[in-house]
Design a protein around this ligand. Structure first.
Ligand code: PLP
Length: 407
């Protein structure tokens, strides 16, 4: 199995040396955002100290340098997800903006009475943009349910299509259950009925190799800050034929070819969808985070995280009253749980006092919580720098707080 020296690698992340309440920080909220290695922060610093100039606007050297860095980052992203062309890579503020872009622009093709298919495990980022579209047009949202282990019910999925279905939009990996959805199978089925597919890849890209050409999805969205990159930038991949046909999402500089008060024409892809000055500093640093991930290797990262997931899950199941939500085979390293009748918030607060950062609440997935019949969970999630010693400390902490929670 591929492997790496996690102790050496942790030195790349200065924040991991922090203490919280006098205890070493154990950061287990990687699903919400991952920590950033020194070289990515240095790339930001380099951009500010040595290259900063607005992109695509200057004849002078600095502007050409920053433009070249942004476009090199676009090519890096293209290669990382194996898109056919760099013009299919649109930089956005994150997954949320990427999905809003598709809902607003691609959604303009929808007509009253049209339908889309989502799943019950979607993050609000892949629900609310479609509901907003629904305030402008009468769109019916059909929802794929889950089975008891947190897998999508694929038989139910197939029954939701009809002649009015215009799009299927679903998450690659659930940010609550860890379920890895069968993107290729679901896409093949949708395409066999002529329906395009959008995949929310926010929780997949940091943990597994993504090949959008092989998956054949029409749109794929993800965020830099969850893949050891800077906050404030994300990516929308879209098939060129859709992006060519779609109207611009926002108007302004950068996205035009010619402007007059009579008629404005738009820029070529991908710039048609990038109005205003892009976050060229963070875009360049995202490129560095992709290099960082690739140097370690996604198979090694996946193996490491899976080992932690397996061991921690087995140990958690030994704790009386422990309920884990999401047990699908091959799940990602996310553990959502409740201890007895304890409130998730109390569990999270007590863990924080021991230096352990976990997320509590509905995780921006309230429809999923409703379908599980709960208000929220505690969620621990692993990244490439977490260690077995941290997992052991987490288990010891759960044992320690159990009596305090009346479990
Ligand atoms: N989709 C999923 C599955 C997520 O987990 C998240 C963030 O947690 C998002 C979308 C939203 O990502 P962002 O806030 O970076 O736009």
């Amino acid at each position: 199995m591929p492997t790496y020296n996690v102790e050496n690698l942790r030195r790349d992340f200065p924040i991991l040396e922090r203490q919280v309440y006098g205890k070493p920080l154990i950061y287990l909220d990687n699903t919400a955002t991952s920590q950033t290695p020194r070289e990515v922060v240095e790339a930001i610093e380099q951009m500010y100290f040595a290259h900063k100039a607005n992109v695509h606007r200057g004849v002078f050297s600095l502007s050409q340098e920053s433009t070249a860095m942004q476009e090199a980052a676009r090519e890096k992203v293209r290669a990382h997800i194996n898109a056919a062309s760099a013009s299919e890579i649109i930089f956005t503020r994150g997954t949320t903006e990427a999905i809003n872009l598709v809902a607003s622009s691609f959604g303009s093709f929808f007509e009253n009475g049209d339908e889309i298919i989502l799943t019950v495990m979607e993050h609000h980022a892949n629900i609310v943009p479609w509901q907003l579209l629904g305030t402008r047009k009468r769109i019916t949202i059909r929802v794929v349910p889950i089975t008891p282990d947190g897998s999508l019910d694929l038989d139910a999925y197939r029954t939701l299509f009809n002649e009015r279905t215009r799009l299927v939009a679903f998450t690659h990996v659930s940010n609550v259950l860890g379920t890895v959805n069968p993107v290729k199978e679901m896409t093949d089925y949708a395409h066999s009925l002529g329906v395009p597919v959008l995949v929310d890849g926010a929780q997949a890209v940091p943990h597994m190799k993504i090949d959008v050409t092989d998956l054949d999805v029409d749109f794929y969205a993800f965020s830099s800050h969850k893949m050891y990159g800077p906050a404030g930038v994300g990516v929308l991949y879209g098939k060129e034929r859709w992006l060519e046909a779609m109207p611009p999402y926002q108007g302004g500089g950068e996205m035009i070819s010619h402007v007059s008060f009579k008629k404005t024409t738009y820029a070529e892809l991908p710039f048609k969808f990038e109005a205003g000055t892009p976050d060229f500093v963070d875009i360049a640093a995202l490129s560095t985070s992709i290099d960082y991930i690739n140097r370690i290797g996604l198979p090694a990262i996946a193996w490491h995280e899976h080992e932690l997931l397996q061991w921690t899950t087995d140990e958690m199941m030994k704790i009386p009253g422990m309920r884990i939500f999401g047990t699908a085979p091959g799940k990602s390293a996310v553990i959502s749980f409740l201890m007895g009748d304890a409130h998730h918030y109390d569990t999270g607060m007590l863990l924080d006092k021991l230096g352990i950062a976990v997320r509590t609440g509905h995780h921006c997935a309230q429809p999923l919580m409703e379908s599980l019949g709960i208000e929220g969970t505690v969620r621990a999630s692993f990244a490439l720098y977490n260690t077995r010693a941290e997992a052991e400390a987490f288990i010891a902490a759960l044992h320690r707080i159990a009596p305090l929670l009346g479990v």
